[in-house]
Ligand binder design. Structure first.
Ligand code: COA
Length: 229
């Protein structure tokens, strides 16, 4: 337990340049308080004391603004920076050396039962406001960009950004240049453009035909006794 506490504090110094002294970190870092409360709650949860576990988790949420379900399995040296608005679901599993910023949700889509929350690998950064929803895995050493909504598995060493989240970097190299998802063709707009062009062409054709008809009428000699309409 003491070893865990020491490494949790060290994780703050490793990830936050603003951290100055151990005392300050212990007293003021709500992410740490939430993780410590979770360890106690998880202990009760695994022994079947669900109501007490939930009570501790809710009290911790009230104090820190971070809601970690007591069933969630969290690895070593998790660092939750700022923390407010973080939600970690019941069947979520988090590896070692993960960094989570404020406003992150590791949740379910509401469509799955049983294991319905993500599994986060080691050394993953989940930036502020990101939502990772579903029972898939985010591979080791991956980054989830701020405000992304990730709905499908993320391979190792990847950077995912956007809504829905797409991989923009893998093993340090940019990916997706050949198919820029922000510039995908819109079939409805394409069809409207086609129709617009066809109407334009038809208009010209009708104009030409009218002009030709007018000319031929002008040229046609008016026969005797025939009136021009
Ligand atoms: C994703 C992140 C972790 C960086 O990962 P990275 O692997 O170094 O990726 P890069 O910075 O090289 O960005 C790769 C591409 O994604 C884009 N990108 C990065 N973050 C993005 C985001 N949140 N939303 C949309 N696009 C994003 C970049 O513009 C870049 O695009 P480009 O290749 O067309 O120039 C970082 O951008 C991020 O979101 N950090 C936020 C940290 C945070 O929450 N801080 C809050 C502290 S309070």
């Amino acid at each position: 337990m003491l070893r865990h506490i020491r490494s949790d504090i060290q994780a703050v110094f490793d990830n936050d340049p603003a951290a100055r002294s151990k005392l300050e970190v212990i007293i003021t870092y709500s992410g740490l308080h939430a993780i410590w409360a979770h360890r106690i709650a998880h202990g009760f949860y695994t022994r079947g004391w669900f109501a007490i576990a939930r009570g501790i988790s809710q009290f911790s949420r009230f104090m820190t603004g971070i809601e970690i379900h007591p069933g969630a399995r969290i690895g070593n040296r998790l660092f939750i920076d700022h923390g407010m608005g973080v939600v970690i679901g019941e069947t979520c599993e988090i590896g070692d050396d993960v960094v989570i910023y404020q406003g992150v949700t590791l949740g379910g889509t509401g469509k799955e039962k049983g294991k319905r929350h993500p599994t986060i690998g080691n050394n993953v950064v989940i930036a502020s406001g990101a939502k990772v929803l579903g029972s898939f895995t985010v591979g080791d050493n991956s980054n989830i960009g701020a405000n992304s909504v990730v709905l499908s598995p993320v391979p190792e060493n990847s950077t995912v950004v956007g809504i829905p989240g797409r991989i923009v970097k893998r093993n340090g190299e940019r990916v997706g240049d050949r198919l820029d998802h922000t510039k995908l063709p819109d079939p409805v707009v394409e069809m409207l453009r086609k129709m617009q062009k066809e109407i334009h062409d038809l208009k010209h054709e009708v104009q030409d035909l009218r002009a030709q008809a007018g000319k031929s009428q002008e040229k046609e000699p008016v026969l005797e006794g025939e009136s021009v309409k």
